[in-house]
Design a protein around this ligand. Structure first.
Ligand SMILES: NC(=O)c1ccc[n+]([C@@H]2O[C@H](COP(=O)([O-])OP(=O)(O)OC[C@H]3O[C@@H](n4cnc5c(N)ncnc54)[C@H](OP(=O)(O)O)[C@@H]3O)[C@@H](O)[C@H]2O)c1
Length: 305
């Protein structure tokens, strides 16, 4: 069975390339310039030409703040492109795994969100992702939409890498402490995708729909930063002397973020038998990988008596 992954260089696509796929699946990847989601119909035709039975859309417009002033691009990539991929899959009989986000919710719910809760995005990015979900749902029955949150990996742009960079540059950092969510390693989301693709490839037709897929447990960005620095310090990274909790109002951004991003992940556990590790354990695994590839001291320095 042939699987086509849209995306190569992003966090999730990178982890899909490291993932352990079930035997019998051949996996092909493509990204720009071969496949440009800003030209949805052409992109879908590139995928169709490979004749896959499964398609994973691991690409997206993910610049949350930039999207506020670039609505057209965000909607083209996050809504029109998945709609075109879904239409192509309907024509060819392929199944589509599409990724979405906690930012489709407004964060007002005092408990973790379940899959059927109404969406109410606060940002252009969230609205474009919600529209993309709706388009996939309307177009194709054989879809799996995975909503995830606070994604990070050793590559790409993410909170872990930003904290480590700023922590090495500054003595003190101020981090928002009133937004709650589940940091999720892209490696864990990739593992969920391999389970789902393996199931579909083996003939399962009862697991389509929308699912929440995050690491277990929740914290705030401040709590996440503290855990990053505690773990990073033990691995020899430079860390700041102090990290201060602040409210969202003290760190204004172009896009509003939900205060509550927690997603209830019981449905994917019951339907697909997939449970991601505790977020703290996945963070430790990510930092281990980053420490093992961190630059070593310069030769002259290392040679000092
Ligand atoms: N990052 C998060 O915190 C987070 C949280 C919740 C959900 N998600 C969702 O999780 C999924 C994976 O996110 P990620 O963090 O892995 O994303 P990412 O690291 O930002 O990578 C996005 C990928 O999409 C590609 N892309 C963007 N515009 C494109 C276009 N016009 N044509 C073709 N490719 C294009 C990018 O390619 P270039 O390098 O060429 O730009 C990049 O490879 C996305 O659906 C995202 O919405 C992410």
């Amino acid at each position: 069975m042939k699987l086509f992954v849209v995306g190569v260089s992003g966090q999730l696509a990178h982890e899909l390339q490291r993932a352990c796929w079930p035997s019998g699946l051949t996996v092909q990847y493509a990204e720009r310039p071969t496949l440009d989601l800003l030209r949805p119909d052409e992109a879908a035709a590139v995928v169709a030409a490979a004749r896959p039975q499964l398609v994973v859309n691991a690409a997206a417009y993910t610049a949350v703040d930039a999207a506020e002033s670039d609505r057209e691009t965000a909607f083209a990539v996050n809504c029109d492109a998945p709609a075109a991929l879904a239409a192509m899959c309907r024509t060819t009989g392929a199944a589509l795994i599409h990724i979405s986000t906690d930012y489709v919710f407004d964060g007002a719910k005092p408990a973790p969100y379940v899959e059927d809760d109404p969406v109410a995005p606060l940002s252009v990015y969230g609205a474009s992702k919600a529209a993309g979900e709706a388009a996939v749902r309307q177009t194709l029955g054989r879809h799996v939409i995975l909503r995830t949150s606070w994604l990070y990996s050793p590559v790409g742009h993410n909170f872990v890498k930003t904290m480590l960079r700023l922590g090495a540059e500054r003595d003190r950092l101020r981090v928002v402490d009133d937004q709650h969510g589940s940091p999720t390693a892209a490696a864990d989301l990739a593992a969920a995708i391999t389970v789902i693709c393996g199931g579909i490839a083996a003939g399962r037709e009862d697991g389509f729909g929308t699912f929440h897929c995050c690491c277990d447990g929740a914290t705030t960005w401040y709590g996440f930063a503290q855990a990053i620095f505690d773990d990073a310090r033990r691995r020899g990274f430079e860390t700041p002397a102090a990290v201060e909790p602040i409210p969202s109002e003290a760190y204004p951004t172009p896009a509003a973020r939900p205060r509550n991003s927690r997603l209830d992940c019981r449905k994917i556990a019951s339907v697909w038998g997939f449970t991601a590790p505790r977020w703290q354990d996945s963070l430790a695994a990510c930092l281990d990988r980053m420490a093992s590839t961190a630059p070593q001291p310069a030769a002259a320095e290392a040679a000092l008596p």
